[in-house]
Design a protein around this ligand. Structure first.
Ligand SMILES: Cc1ncc(COP(=O)(O)O)c(C=O)c1O
Length: 449
């Protein structure tokens, strides 16, 4: 085998042949390869493109680089760990950093959620949480509880379980049949009742009662868990109406159903608190997390479980494996080292509190676009924002995509999801950068037809 030309760092692959083999996820591959967008470096708030441009990252990578790029302490921790202990499995053995990390996460999680099962991604975290929910009920002699209830517009990753409870039609269409015994609550977004809402909409708490309706159709004793993102992220940044999550919690409690918060986006500071559960004052039984856990530097996810869920699964003989589930790379040493250093950075820079302080400035700047061309709705919470633009006749998504492209060409990376523009910057963003980001979006909106 000939050693191929090594493509790395500054020498980005630009010829067609070099681009061919990588099948990019969630990407129109043929279009991308005709006009590739490549990044070769990143520091702080910025990416550097292969043609040497600095682009402000208003997406924190993909909702994950909460402390900004290239944090020295995280890089150094990963390097040191790789030199000391590159890999050890956590199947019937482990390493000290895994225990330290679980303890540190339990410290910042809501009271009572104090056990962590490590995964490598948000998708694995969601599938793990769904399995834990069923195993929990079975361990308590309620094996009939197998149903899951998700929500329209929800994104819970790409595992079969997560996809089954997710509510974005396009993601599901090509892969059925998915898990049976799954229902969906309606989403809470209503332009008619809550357009341009700031933070949590006042309208919509009553939609939690749809859970009661589902429980009238299905015997509640068949339901294992309800799973929701506290703020729907990929489905368009939809904050929960005031009182909605409280109501879901109350209904779940009434019927012995576990409540799972998928905090893959909202975890680790995005809403001005360690978790959305804390920000909204509602404690679920299980939290799934990933992304900001390692500041995006090494793949890692996890499920944070309540003591009662953990204890229920620990009730059998002590020599028995309590949960026949896990991944080769669960609690990978490099990921643990990255996560521990990430938590230190969040703490040292007080980034969760900083997010809370910046949120009103962010809200003001986002909603100042209300009068910009094409805008039909704006939503925000913490350091998240979404701007809906009217679809172009016969070409849904085209206006959103063009707007995001213009922003990129103008030096700001945002995301478009259909005709929704989404922003989720690192929590280190400066006030003048917030102004600059929304000024760039305005220029794009002004320019597009
Ligand atoms: C709420 C939520 N859950 C799960 C996932 C899946 O995470 P991953 O892509 O790490 O598998 C995502 C990813 O964006 C997410 O936003």
């Amino acid at each position: 085998m000939n050693k191929p030309h090594r493509i790395s760092g500054e020498t980005a692959p630009l010829d067609r042949e070099a681009l061919e083999s990588f099948w990019l996820p969630f990407t129109p591959n043929r279009q991308f390869k005709a006009d590739p967008r490549l990044f070769v470096a990143a520091e702080g708030m910025h990416y550097v493109t292969s043609d040497g441009r600095r682009v402000l990252d208003a997406m924190a990578g993909l909702w994950c680089v909460n402390a900004g790029h290239g944090q020295r302490a995280i890089v150094d921790a990963i390097k040191a760990q790789a030199e000391r202990l590159d890999f050890v499995s956590s199947f019937q053995m482990s390493h000290p950093a895994a225990f330290e990390l679980a303890g540190r996460i339990a410290e910042i999680a809501p009271a009572g959620l104090d056990h962590v099962f490590f995964t490598n991604s948000g998708s694995e975290a969601v599938d793990t949480a769904l399995k834990i929910a069923r195993a929990y009920h079975r361990a308590r002699g309620e094996g009939s509880r197998i149903r899951f209830i998700g929500r329209a517009k929800a994104y819970h990753g790409m595992g079969w379980g997560g996809l089954s409870v997710s509510g974005i039609g396009r993601h599901r269409r090509d892969f059925g049949p998915l898990l049976p015994e799954v229902d969906h609550l309606p989403h809470t977004h209503s332009i008619e009742h809550a357009a341009f809402s700031r933070g949590q909409p006042q309208w919509g708490a009553h939609l939690a009662d749809e859970l009661t309706t589902l429980l009238q159709i299905h015997d509640p004793s068949t339901v294992a868990a309800v799973i929701v993102e506290p703020v729907i992220g990929s489905g368009g940044v939809l904050p929960p109406p005031v009182g909605y999550l409280e109501q879901l919690r109350a209904i779940c409690d009434r019927h012995g159903i576990l409540l799972i918060f998928d905090e893959v986006i909202t975890g680790f500071g995005r809403l001005g608190a360690a978790f959305g559960a804390e920000a909204f004052g509602v404690t679920p039984d299980l939290i799934t997390c990933a992304k900001g856990m390692t500041n995006g530097a090494v793949p890692m996810g996890g499920v944070i479980a309540s003591r009662s869920v953990y204890d229920a699964l620990m009730a059998g003989p002590s020599s028995a494996i309590e949960l026949f589930h896990g991944y080769t790379y669960s609690a990978h040493p490099l990921a643990c080292a990255a996560a521990l250093a990430t938590l230190d950075v969040y703490c040292d820079l007080e980034l969760f509190a900083r997010c809370g302080r910046l949120a009103p400035i962010w809200e003001q700047a986002a909603h100042a676009l209300r009068d910009a061309p094409h805008v039909v709705d704006i939503r925000n919470i913490g350091l998240l924002a979404a701007i809906d633009v009217t679809p172009r006749d016969g070409a849904p998504g085209a206006r959103g995509a063009e707007c995001a492209k213009r922003c990129f060409d103008d030096g700001v990376l945002i995301r478009s999801s259909g005709d929704t523009l989404v922003l989720s910057p690192p929590l280190i963003i400066a006030e003048n950068e917030i102004e600059m980001v929304f000024a760039t979006v305005r220029r794009a909106l002004d320019a597009i037809g």
